[in-house]
Write a protein that binds this ligand. Structure first.
Ligand SMILES: Cc1cc2nc3c(=O)[nH]c(=O)nc-3n(C[C@H](O)[C@H](O)[C@H](O)COP(=O)(O)OP(=O)(O)OC[C@H]3O[C@@H](n4cnc5c(N)ncnc54)[C@H](O)[C@@H]3O)c2cc1C
Length: 565
């Protein structure tokens, strides 16, 4: 196989597939390296058309698997129908200073196969957070820098949503949204009447409610509301890299996709002062191969991107590539998903919900938006939904007794069940970090990752505020039986782990410039969650995709000018 390329992208997940698509479309011969197996759209979704009764455990995970995998089993999406897309606890060991549940998907497509598809833009109120509130460093970009790239990504991916006209959550290029249930509509109206600054909208999400020509060209079709998305969708009804960006890049004839390729490190050329390529270990044969390229995109998925850079040591960079200021791996932050609240409503009993819906309403951040107003920094967004479902039939007895019990019960709709979960911003701190563990290497000779990440007092206060405010809002809507719950879950389970290779204007206090380029090694770009200076509250992947597309186009321009190659 040829080992010389124009560009190398490390990681074939959500962000890497966007980097590769853009580079290929601009004519660059691009090598896309993925440590896991290939997953081809449709062919490799083995459970996508299975019925519940066709699964050995009817969709539940067995006791044995849960016992063997306590960490990944906590993830709501790890189920019998899609377990093959998740890394198990017993695979790919890492060292935890403090409990950290790392949710990973090592395959072509990465976690874009199993994601919940929520896609909200950032506003300047998010980008200006660190500067206003005096933490981390100032972001070198604002919404204006990303606006056209958000649009570029949204049009290709296909995002369902409404133009809500909110400062906190800029509108985008939307396909038709889903409908609110009557109880959700009622809550929306109550919130609108009681508060000037709080809103209930429908979450923007990556589903084709009305596919356009660009989606048909990708071979994707309309979302069928099956809500089996995490198995992989045979219609391409939601966006994943496998149905969309990767085949699109392949169609250009410029993509070489190499699965089973574990990137060990980036090779730095002391003479040119640039990266010359990457060292890869074949996952199966353990063969060591070096690939060369003029530019390198690191998209291994936040934490793993930190690992690749930390392990890229040279005489010039003994502590990891670009790491002159010793902050590589530090200032990691995440979303705080510990808190939720449930309630019931006995109003609207003459109405019910019909059919399925793969997304739900969303409450954009309303705390500390324009000024500091609480005893904690920043704020939270929240998910929200109200459904009326058939009460669970009796599960007494076995065999004939069980079926008799189920059949004799009259269908009962019961009241409405209402739920919300918090999506809190956490503050990046030097003490929340990842590093190389010096005690052990994995089977490919790469040091294990050492994780030291925890909550702080700010997070605890934010949880209490969410409980107080959402309880008030629920009471105002007349909801009853309100219950709050703090899962106390460890960081990591929220999945949105960010930072470690943050963007900033000053090379003394950041690693990447405003183009996601390492300050000290200009032909290396980091455009996944590792680049995030702060986390805000929005689901982050839309921003990673927009940053990837923007940086890839910039890199091509710089290459043409002779500034990189
Ligand atoms: C259950 C679930 C729900 C989610 N819901 C949402 C949501 O609603 N909205 C949202 O915005 N985000 C959501 N996410 C998160 C979203 O999936 C990630 O933010 C997104 O996939 C990140 O893209 P990425 O390219 O950085 O990482 P990934 O998609 O994880 O891809 C990284 C790839 O790099 C590969 N890799 C790692 N190390 C190496 C190496 N050394 N060499 C070669 N390859 C390597 C991995 O195998 C992987 O394929 C969810 C995730 C999960 C699991």
């Amino acid at each position: 196989m040829n080992t010389d390329f124009d560009a190398i992208v490390i990681g074939a997940g959500m962000s890497g597939s966007w980097s590769a698509k853009e580079l290929c479309e601009k004519g660059l011969k691009t090598l896309l390296l993925e440590r896991g197996r290939n997953v081809e759209h449709i062919v490799d979704y083995p459970t996508t058309n299975m019925n519940p009764w066709e699964f050995e455990h009817r969709g539940e995970m067995s006791y044995k698997i849960r016992q063997e995998n306590p960490s990944i089993s906590k993830c709501y999406a790890f189920r019998e129908d899609n377990q093959h897309f998740f890394v198990r606890d017993t695979e790919h060991e890492y060292v935890q200073d403090k409990p950290f549940d790392w949710i990973r998907g090592y395959q072509v497509g990465g976690r874009s196969i199993m994601w919940a598809r929520q896609t909200q833009r950032w506003s300047d109120l998010d980008f200006e957070g660190p500067l206003r509130d005096g933490f981390a460093v100032d972001w070198p970009i604002r919404h204006n820098d990303l606006e056209s790239w958000y649009s570029h990504v949204e049009k290709f991916v296909g995002i369902a949503g409404e133009k809500d006209g909110l400062d906190t959550l800029p509108d985008g290029e939307f396909l038709p949204s889903w409908e609110f249930s009557c109880v959700e509509n009622h809550f929306k109206d109550v919130v609108k009447n009681k508060y000037n600054d709080r809103h209930v909208i429908f979450g923007r999400c990556a589903h084709l409610t009305q596919p356009q020509e660009i989606h048909f060209q990708q071979g994707r079709g309309q979302c069928q509301n099956r809500t089996e998305c995490e198995r992989g969708c045979p219609f391409g009804g939601y966006f994943n890299a496998n149905s969309s960006t990767i085949p699109w890049a392949q169609k250009t004839g410029n993509l070489t996709l190499r699965p089973f390729s574990v990137v060990h490190s980036i090779i730095y050329d002391e003479k040119t002062g640039k990266a010359s390529g990457v060292k890869v270990i074949d996952a199966n044969t353990k063969e060591v191969i070096e690939y060369k390229a003029k530019i390198i995109f690191v998209n291994a998925g936040s934490v793993n991107t930190n690992l690749v850079l930390l392990n890229s040591k040279s005489e010039r960079f003994p502590n990891g590539l670009g790491n002159d200021n010793d902050i590589l791996g530090k200032y990691v932050a995440f979303h705080n998903y510990r808190a939720s609240i449930t309630a019931t409503s006995n109003a609207f009993l003459d109405k019910k919900t019909k059919g399925k819906r793969p997304s739900s309403p969303y409450i954009p951040r309303f705390r500390n938006v324009y000024k500091q107003e609480t005893n904690f920094l920043r704020g939270y967004a929240a998910g929200f939904q109200a459904r009326r479902e058939l009460k669970q039939a009796s599960t007494e007895g076995l065999g004939k007794t069980l079926s008799d019990n189920i059949l004799k019960e009259k269908p009962d709709l019961g009241g409405w069940s209402i739920g919300s979960h918090m999506m809190g911003e956490t503050i990046p701190k030097e003490t929340n970090y990842v590093s190389l563990d010096d005690s052990k290497v994995d089977e490919w000779g790469i040091p294990l990752l050492h994780v030291s990440i925890d909550y702080d007092e700010n997070d605890e206060k934010m949880i209490q505020d969410y409980f107080t405010e959402l309880t008030k809002m629920f009471e105002q809507a007349g909801f009853t039986d309100i219950k709050t719950r703090d899962t106390k879950q460890a960081p990591g389970l929220d999945i949105h782990v960010m930072g470690g290779v943050r963007m900033g204007n000053d090379p003394k206090t950041s690693l990447l410039n405003k183009w996601n380029q390492l300050h000290h090694c200009k032909n290396v770009f980091v455009t996944d969650g590792a680049c995030m200076t702060s986390t805000s509250t929005q689901n982050p992947s839309l921003t990673y995709m927009a940053l990837s597309a923007r940086a890839a186009n910039y890199a091509v321009e710089e290459l043409k000018k002779g500034n990189l190659g």
